[in-house]
Ligand binder design. Structure first.
Ligand SMILES: Cc1cc2nc3c(=O)[nH]c(=O)nc-3n(C[C@H](O)[C@H](O)[C@H](O)COP(=O)(O)O)c2cc1C
Length: 211
């Protein structure tokens, strides 16, 4: 299968050293806010890469739920594949891609669980159906068929009919604390703009990278 006819030029904009915020969190928020203002679909979606104890990588999409000086949070099932990976290797890399803006941002850092109270607060803010589904599913474990999954959901619905779904023990959030960010702006002729921020004792070092 040849896919070369899908080539396109990246002409949405440029990124100059003089435009960059000294703090990559502010730079990131500016880019995310624009993606949200433009109502880009899944603007908060990030590909999250983790590594198994044997250093085998895996990647999946999760939704960013907050980002501040503490870190970038997302929520999941701690028993999932990513949960096992993060228990063994508490480091991750996350990638946002806003294709309509020809932009990507990569961050890499250490990962910790958020406090249980934070997980509970977020869980309780989710719709009833999402809470039930989280309660009925043992994420990333095999199941015989769809019918078994639906039966588990019905059982959870009978157990918690009145919106009162307790936070499942193994469900919660993680916080990715970035040690490095990279901002990528696609440019014409593949001469893209790339800037890497690396955490140093006095703040952040910024370097332009070759495309
Ligand atoms: C747009 C999108 C958003 C998703 N958001 C989440 C999320 O916030 N948390 C989550 O656990 N899985 C989310 N998923 C599902 C994950 O990609 C993945 O299938 C699941 O977490 C199991 O991954 P694992 O087996 O690698 O742990 C999302 C998938 C998509 C496509």
């Amino acid at each position: 299968m040849s896919l070369d006819s899908h080539r396109r030029e990246y002409r949405s904009g440029e990124l100059r050293r003089a435009q960059l915020e000294a703090d990559p969190l502010i730079q990131f928020r500016g880019w995310l806010e624009l993606a949200l203002e433009l109502d880009l679909k899944d603007a908060t979606a990030m590909a999250l890469a983790t590594a198994s104890p044997e250093a085998v990588p895996s990647v999946r999409i999760v939704l960013l739920k907050s980002c501040d000086a503490e870190g970038f949070s997302f929520f999941t099932d701690y028993r999932s594949q990513k949960g096992h990976d993060l228990a063994a290797n508490p480091v991750a890399s996350a990638l946002f891609h806003w294709r309509e803006l020809d932009r990507q941002v990569r961050l890499t850092g250490t990962v910790v669980k958020v406090p249980a109270a934070t997980s509970r607060e977020y869980f309780e803010s989710r719709p009833y159906t999402s809470r039930l589904a989280a309660s009925a599913s043992d994420q990333s474990s095999p199941i015989s068929d769809r019918a078994a999954l639906e039966a588990a959901l019905e059982q959870a619905g009978r157990q918690y009919p009145m919106e009162q779904v307790p936070v499942p023990d193994q469900w919660g959030g993680y916080l990715l604390r970035p040690e490095a960010f990279e901002f990528w702006q696609g440019r014409e002729g593949r001469l893209h703009d790339r800037f890497r921020y690396t955490r140093i004792s006095s703040g952040w070092r910024i370097e332009r990278l070759q495309p």
